[in-house]
Write a protein that binds this ligand. Structure first.
Ligand code: SAH
Length: 392
C-alpha cells in the first residue's frame, strides 16, 4: 500500500468525501503501490481515506472509504450487495440487462458491472482497480451469480496507463452476442467487441418513452448503434424505423434485433453513413419524419473539447430539427459529462433559431435508475435526453 500525503490545505475535497484525488493535491508518495492500494493522509499524518492507486493518472487515487477500512473482498461484497438491492427495487419487469454496479454512484469508483442475462461484464476503468481484479471478480460472482464473468479494461489511457485488454473468466469464451431482455424486448449484447460493454443500457427509459409515443409514426434513428430505439419504436406500433450509423457491425446487430422481435427487415431501413452527410442530404431532399432520435457519441471528452463539441451538437440538431414534421418529436441526447443540462438546452435552443423551427421541451430524461449518481460525485451524471415537441 502506498501512503499519499496531502499538501497543507488540500483536505477539503476529501472531507466532502469526493472520490477523486488529483495528483496536484499531493505533497508526498511513500511506499509501494503495486497492489493498487492507497492510504491518504493529511499534512499532519492523520488517515483520511483509502482507495485505489493509479500512479500515472491525474486522478491519482479513487477513494473507496473514509472510515479507516481497507478495501477488500468483504467490502466489495457489501457494495455489490447494496447495488443489487437498489436494482431489485428500480428495474422494470422482463428486464435482464442492466447496469449492476455504476462506479462512483455505487461507491465503487472505477468499477462497472453490466449484467446481460446470465453473463456479467466487469469493466475495470483504472489502473488501481485493475490490481483488484481477483477480489472484485469474486465479489461480483458471489452477489450476481452469473454463469460467466468477462473482464474488460476500458478506462481512458490517462487513467490506466496501459493499453486496453480483455480477458474472460470461466467456462468457454463468449464469442456470440449474449441474449437478454429489456421491457420484454429481446436484445443481444456484443460483449466481446461491441461498444461500451455491448449495449447502451443507459437509454432504457428513453427507449420506453419512445415506444409509448411511436404508434403510427415514422422514426429516423440517428447514431443507431444496434438499433435499440428502432426496436422499441416498432414494438410501440411505429410504421417504419430507419437506422443510420457508420458501423456495419452495429447495423448487422440491428437487423438481428428486428428479426428476434418478429419485425420485418427492410434493407433500405439500415443506412451506413456519416450522420452529418446523411442529414444534409435528407434536408436537401425535403424529407419529413414524425420522430427523430439523435444520440451521438460523446463529442467532448475533455474540457478543451467543449467549444468544438457545442458546435457539433448545434449543427446536428439544426439539421435534425428541419426533418421533424409538425406535431412530431425530436429526442436529442448528449452523453458528454462536460456538457451540462443547462448548456445542452442553450445549444439546442440556438440550433432551433438557426433551423427556423420552434420546439418545446416536453420531458428531460437521462440514464435509468440503475445508473445512480453519488451526491458526492455529480460528475457521474453524463446522459441528457431532451424530448422536443414541434407543436405546430
Ligand atoms: N443510440 C444508440 C447508441 C449510440 S452510440 C443506442 O441507443 O444503442 C453512438 C453511435 O454513433 C455508435 O454506434 C457509432 O458507431 C456511431 N457513430 C459515431 N460517429 C458517427 C457518425 N459521424 N455518423 C454515423 N454514426 C456515427
Amino acid at each position: 500500500m502506498i501512503r499519499l500525503g496531502l499538501k497543507p490545505g488540500r483536505e477539503a475535497s476529501v472531507a466532502r468525501r469526493h472520490p477523486w484525488l488529483f495528483s496536484g493535491a499531493l505533497a508526498s508518495r511513500e511506499g509501494d503501490g503495486s497492489d493498487g492500494h492507497a492510504k491518504i493522509v493529511d499534512s499532519r499524518g492523520r488517515v483520511l481515506a483509502h482507495g485505489s492507486y493509479s500512479p500515472e493518472s491525474q486522478i491519482v487515487a479513487r477513494l473507496w472509504t473514509f472510515d479507516g477500512r481497507i478495501p477488500d473482498t468483504t467490502l466489495f461484497r457489501e457494495r455489490c450487495e447494496a447495488a443489487r438491492r437498489l436494482r431489485e427495487a428500480v428495474l422494470p419487469a422482463e428486464t435482464t440487462g442492466f447496469r449492476a454496479v455504476n462506479s462512483e454512484g455505487d461507491l465503487c469508483p472505477g468499477v462497472l458491472v453490466d449484467v446481460y442475462g446470465d453473463v456479467a461484464v466487469l469493466d475495470l476503468l483504472t489502473a488501481g482497480t485493475e490490481k483488484w481484479e481477483a477480489d472484485l471478480t469474486q465479489a461480483a460472482r458471489e452477489i450476481f451469480s452469473p454463469r460467466e464473468i468477462l473482464v474488460r479494461r476500458s478506462g481512458s489511457e490517462r487513467d490506466r496507463g496501459s493499453v486496453p485488454q480483455f480477458t474472460i473468466h470461466n467456462s468457454q469464451p463468449t464469442n456470440p452476442p449474449v441474449p437478454f431482455t429489456e421491457n420484454g424486448l429481446k436484445f443481444l449484447a456484443d460483449v466481446s467487441s461491441g461498444q461500451k460493454t455491448g449495449f447502451f443500457l443507459d437509454q432504457r427509459d428513453n427507449r420506453a418513452r419512445l415506444r409509448a409515443l411511436a404508434s403510427g409514426r415514422t422514426v429516423l434513428n440517428l447514431f443507431s448503434y444496434s438499433g435499440g430505439f428502432s426496436v422499441a419504436a416498432l414494438a410501440g406500433g411505429a410504421v417504419r424505423a430507419m437506422d443510420v450509423d457508420t458501423s456495419e457491425a452495429a447495423l448487422a446487430l440491428g437487423r438481428e434485433h428486428r428479426r428476434a422481435n418478429g419485425f420485418p427487415v427492410t434493407e433500405g431501413d439500415f443506412v451506413r453513413a456519416d450522420v452529418f452527410d446523411d442529414l444534409r442530404a435528407r434536408v436537401e431532399a425535403g424529407e419529413s419524419w414524425d420522430m427523430v432520435v439523435c444520440d451521438p457519441p460523446a463529442f467532448a471528452r475533455k474540457r478543451a473539447d467543449v467549444t468544438r463539441a457545442a458546435r457539433g451538437y448545434k449543427d446536428i440538431n439544426r439539421l435534425a430539427m428541419r426533418l421533424v414534421s409538425p406535431g412530431g418529436w425530436l429526442l436529442t441526447c448528449s452523453c458528454s459529462g462536460l456538457v451540462s443540462w443547462d448548456l445542452f438546452g442553450k445549444i439546442v435552443f440556438s440550433a432551433s433559431l438557426e433551423a427556423g423551427r420552434s420546439f418545446t421541451i416536453a420531458a428531460r430524461q437521462g440514464a435509468g435508475a440503475d445508473h445512480p449518481v453519488s451526491l458526492e460525485c455529480p460528475e457521474g451524471e453524463y446522459l441528457k435526453g431532451l424530448w422536443l415537441s414541434r407543436l405546430t
